[in-house]
Design a protein around this ligand. Structure first.
Ligand code: HEM
Length: 79
C-alpha cells in the first residue's frame, strides 16, 4: 500500500474512533447512571477500548510523521 493510502486509512480510523470515544465519554459522564448495570458495563468497555485504540493510533500517526515533526521542531527552535 502506498504511503498516502496508509495515512488516509489511519486518519479515517482515528476520526471514527474519536467519534466512538466522544459518544461513549458523554454517555458514561452525563447520561448513564453509574453502577453495574449491563448498559454501564457495555459502554464503559466501549469507552476504555476506544480510548486505548485512539491512543495507539495517535502513536502510529506520530511515528509515520516523525521526520516532518523533527524538521519542524528544528525550524521552530532555530527562530
Ligand atoms: C483518550 C481519551 C480517554 C481515555 C484513554 C479514557 C480511558 C478511560 C478508562 C480506562 C476508564 C476506566 C474504565 C473502567 O472503569 O473500566 C475511563 C472512565 C471514565 N471516563 Fe474516560 N477516557 C478518555 C476520555 C474521556 C473523556 C473525554 C471523558 C469525558 C468527557 C471521559 C469520562 C470518563 C468517565 C465519566 C469515566 C467513568 C469514571 C468512573 O467510573 O467513575 N473519559 N476512561
Amino acid at each position: 500500500m502506498k504511503r498516502a493510502w496508509i495515512n488516509y486509512v489511519l486518519d479515517i480510523l482515528m476520526l471514527l474512533t474519536a467519534i466512538v470515544l466522544g459518544i461513549s465519554s458523554l454517555l458514561v459522564w452525563v447520561v448513564l447512571p453509574k453502577g453495574y448495570s449491563p448498559q454501564w458495563l457495555l459502554w464503559i468497555a466501549i469507552h476504555k477500548w476506544s480510548g486505548f485504540a485512539l491512543f495507539a493510533e495517535a502513536f502510529v500517526h506520530i511515528a509515520l510523521h516523525w521526520r516532518w515533526l523533527w524538521t519542524m521542531t528544528k525550524k521552530v527552535l532555530r527562530r
